[in-house]
Design a protein around this ligand. Sequence first.
Ligand code: ZN
Length: 352
Amino acid sequence: MQLSSGRKVIFSCALILILLFSTASVAAQTTESAGQTKKYVAFREDDVAPYAKFAQLEAVNQLTMDKNVPVTLGIIPHPWPSPSGNQLIEVNRTFLEYMRSLTSNPLFQFAQHGYTHLDLGPSPEGPSEFYGRPYAEQYQAIKQGRDDIIQAFGVTPTSFLPPFDKSDNNTLRACEALGFTEYSTGFPDFNQNGGHLDGMQLDTIGIELGNNSLQSLENATARWLNDPHSIDTFVVLYHPSDFSGPNGSVNPDEMKLLSDYIDYLQGTGRVQFTTLDHSSTTTGTGGAASSSAGGTPNGANSPSSAGFDSAVNDLGGTIAGLAALAVVGVVVLFSLAFILLVRFRKSKTRRL
Ligand SMILES: [Zn+2]
């Protein structure tokens, strides 16, 4: 009995050390894979309006729904000079009812894409609805559009997408004053990639689907994924009209392009799909993404763990948790070793 006490101390210490290291190792792996999956693809569907090509609008939305991929809808509230009322309600009943049916589907975010989407700005640098116009005018137009969306769909848009990707500081000020929290435009609009604009989150457009082949979409996505300094969210822009075939039909090639591209993104195992406001985030079809053949060497497969929405805080939280765990472990280890040693010496003393 007394002879085994020394071994007991060594055995207990070894056991605790093993437990501590295995826990730390699991936590470290979780941290690593969580870091790798903090990349998001946001599909932005612009020019969703009462005049939108309805068959295309419905078909492309059905495709993303079938793949469990969220989409941000850029709604144009007032695309015609008349009627003067709420055109989202008054001019196309089919469109109105369809859009209302989407409000209960968490995969769709309702965003505001300007007010008229007409080239009204005195811009020498290309078309714009807002650029160069006085603040009060911009504020009034954006407010009216926002109110129309609220009235038609019962949803308050929090993301603003300036038409033609062209706006100015007054547009930003008006949007912020109206409570928008997220802004998405092209890089040249403010020469800025991600970050914040006037207190709003900026999501810069990454690529436009319609101008690209599957290969070029994949190449651009891989460059973004492999660049350690790239922004977290890759915004992919398309319009219902991109899916137009002859005689009002839906173009099967373009539908296949989007479908294949979503499959590619899911196959990387490194991205999650989200809306611009991050209200809805998924890994696409089939729940947890896996690193399939041809995937990345570091294929992460932890999307089933909780808390992805708090993307920014996750990693820091895990590291802090890991450090606390290590401290507690070391304290427990030393206390145990101390107690066992004291007992060991006591029993030795008694024996002697
Ligand atoms: Zn547009």
